[in-house]
Design a protein around this ligand. Structure first.
Ligand code: SF4
Length: 351
């Protein structure tokens, strides 16, 4: 049986991961949220740091947002961290700080969809709930030699995951499917000769492995030019905190924005800084350029050093601002592109 082969393989080959040592609900939950869109090797140091700093649901519920975002800095998709805290507060308020066991109660928590609820229910509480993520879709599409656009056929994969789930072994079976996708049935160059499912794999038999999964036409990223300024005054730097909603909510950043059609980069920067902070600038000096990819955008980022003229007025892109000494910046959370700029700024002998 396919299930037996997979379970035997998992018992032998599974990686020793910290959340697998106890199957503690809090730790599995944090790991599952971190692993969304992110690989295990990237997650591991973040996970260890996060659990050391916030070892319980209560600690997560009570931590200051700045500290939470700093722990998440670099992992991206910051709404995940904010939803974790919202969910932790609900667990404290509604469930006395004990992570709920009922599937519906887990699914009702912020930031938890069908995949994560299924993962926690099966991995922690050993309930017979299937899971479907990118790894599982890749494995199943190859096992079934499924050639249609997988993004348009997600219900098919939920149905197949449900059919294949061996009741009583959901914890290991679900993890085994993901582990197989991560270690053996990889997107490129899958190791079919070492695969425990090779006898059942229809794509392997048909010679179609490299064609699957069919993810439909690739979506091109939109290219945009962005200009930002490091404003320096009396040994301090201006930073502002992004609004609580939207992309990278609650993170600190340098002022600036998108270069509009017909504008030079410097014109765009002057306009954006004035609009966002009420400040004009002098002694504008190019500092660095970098490319950064977001989910939908490819950003060409131009960073300048400048001195402010006047006082900060009404903020339009932020909830608060601060003038901070460079050493303080290390304790605050910034978007990834700002982090790269800060590294160069702090290393470059500017301070
Ligand atoms: S035989 Fe190859 S394609 Fe099929 S499930 Fe195994 S690794 Fe994936």
């Amino acid at each position: 049986m396919l299930q037996d082969e997979l379970l035997t393989w998992f018992r032998k080959e599974q990686r020793d991961l910290p959340w697998r040592r106890t199957y503690d609900p809090y730790q599995v939950w944090i790991s599952e949220i971190m692993l969304q869109q992110t690989q295990v090797t990237t997650v591991l140091p973040y996970f260890e740091r996060f659990i050391a700093a916030l070892p319980t649901v209560k600690a997560l519920a009570e931590v200051h947002e700045d500290k939470l975002l700093k722990l998440w800095e670099g992992l991206g998709y910051y709404s995940r961290a904010r939803n974790l805290q919202k969910a932790a507060r609900l667990v404290v308020e509604k469930h006395g700080g004990v992570f709920p066991q009922e599937y519906e109660a887990i699914l009702a928590l912020p930031g938890i969809g069908r995949y994560t609820a299924g993962a926690i229910s099966s991995i922690v509480f050993e309930q017979n709930k299937p899971i479907v993520d990118g790894n599982v879709i890749r494995v199943l599409s190859r096992l079934d030699d499924f050639h249609e656009d997988v993004r348009k056929n997600v219900p098919y994969f939920w149905k197949r995951a449900e059919e294949l789930l061996p009741h009583g072994s959901a914890r290991n079976f679900n993890q085994a499917m993901m582990e197989l996708g991560a270690l053996v049935c990889t997107p490129k160059s899958p190791k079919c000769s070492a695969c425990p499912l090779k006898a059942s794999c229809k794509a392997l038999a048909a010679g179609n492995v490299e064609l699957l999964p069919n993810k439909g036409p690739a979506q091109a990223k939109v290219k945009i030019q962005v200009a930002i300024a490091i404003l320096e005054k009396d040994g301090k730097i201006f930073i502002q905190k992004r609004h609580q909603k939207g992309l990278m909510a609650g993170l600190w950043e340098f002022p600036g924005g998108k270069v509009e059609a017909g504008e030079s980069i410097e014109e765009a920067l002057s306009r954006e800084v004035l609009e966002e902070t009420g400040l004009r600038m002098k002694n504008l000096c190019f500092f660095m350029n970098l490319q950064h990819a977001y989910t939908r955008y490819l950003v060409d980022l131009h960073c300048f050093l400048a001195e402010p003229i006047g006082e900060v007025g009404a903020l339009t892109a932020a909830t608060e601002f601060r003038w901070v000494r460079p050493e303080e910046l290390k304790t605050m959370a910034f978007p990834a592109a700002n982090v790269k700029i800060l590294e160069k700024y702090l290393k470059g002998g500017f301070y």
